[in-house]
Design a protein around this ligand. Structure first.
Ligand code: GRF
Length: 202
C-alpha cells in the first residue's frame, strides 16, 4: 500500500489536506463531492495561511479540522513550509490539494510529499502560468482557455497534468466573466482529478 492511499483501516478513505488562502470554493467543491459519494476520501485538515480566509467557514460548517498558520510568523519560506509539512504529516495526510493557496512551495515541501501535491490553475497549462491567467488569456486574444489540475513539482504551475478541461472565451469577456465561467468548470474538475489520482495509486 502506498503512502498516498494509506488507510487507518481497510475501510477508511484516503486522507486529504486542503490548503487555502481565500474564498475556498474549490474546497467546497471537494467537500460536496465527498458528501455526495462522488469522491471516496476524507479531508483530514484545511490549512490556511490567512486567519480571515472565508473558505475556512466551509470547513468549519462541515466539521473539518482547520489550522491557521500565518506565514508572517515565520522567518523564512523554509521554516514556514516545515511547519505546514509537520501539521500535514501529524494528521496522516496522504494527498495535499492546493486550492487557491497563494504561496510558492519550497523544495522542502515538495520533497516531503513527492508526487502527492495537486494544484488547480485556471488556464490550460502550459499556457498562462502564474498570476492573472484569465487576463493573460484575454491579452493573448485566446478563443479557448480552461482549467488544469496538475501535480506540483519545484517549478511554478509546471508539473505533470492530471486533467484539463477547455472553456470558451466569449467576445466581450472580462477577466471576471471568464474567471466565473472557468471556476464553474474547476468545481467539477478538481474532484474528478483527485479521484483519478487516488484510483491510479490504489
Ligand atoms: C481558483 O481559480 C484556482 O484555480 C486558483 O485560485 C482560485 C481559487 O479559488 N488556483 P477558490 O478559493 O477555490 O474559490
Amino acid at each position: 500500500m502506498s503512502a498516498l492511499t494509506a488507510r487507518d483501516s481497510a475501510s477508511a478513505p484516503p486522507r486529504l489536506g486542503v490548503l487555502i488562502s481565500g474564498r475556498g470554493s474549490n474546497l467546497k467543491a471537494l467537500i460536496d463531492a465527498i458528501d455526495d459519494g462522488r469522491l471516496d476520501a476524507t479531508i483530514a485538515v484545511v490549512l490556511s495561511n490567512k486567519a480571515d480566509a472565508p473558505g475556512l467557514d466551509h470547513a468549519r460548517l462541515a466539521g473539518i479540522a482547520t489550522v491557521v498558520l500565518s506565514h508572517q510568523a515565520f522567518a523564512s519560506r523554509e521554516e514556514y513550509d516545515r511547519a505546514v509539512v509537520q501539521e500535514l504529516k501529524g494528521r496522516r495526510v496522504g494527498l495535499v490539494c492546493l486550492a487557491g493557496f497563494m504561496r510558492l512551495l519550497s523544495p522542502l515541501f515538495v520533497d516531503a510529499f513527492p508526487d502527492r501535491i495537486l494544484n488547480i490553475h485556471p488556464s490550460l497549462l502550459p499556457n498562462y502560468p502564474g498570476l492573472h491567467p484569465q487576463q493573460q488569456a484575454l491579452d493573448d486574444h485566446a478563443t479557448v482557455s480552461g482549467a488544469t489540475v496538475h501535480v506540483v513539482n519545484k517549478d511554478l504551475d509546471a508539473g505533470p497534468v492530471v486533467l484539463q478541461r477547455e472553456v470558451p472565451v466569449i467576445p466581450g469577456d472580462t477577466a471576471d466573466t471568464l474567471a466565473a465561467r472557468i471556476l464553474a468548470v474547476e468545481h467539477r474538475l478538481y474532484p474528478d482529478a483527485v479521484r483519478l489520482v487516488l484510483e491510479r495509486r490504489r
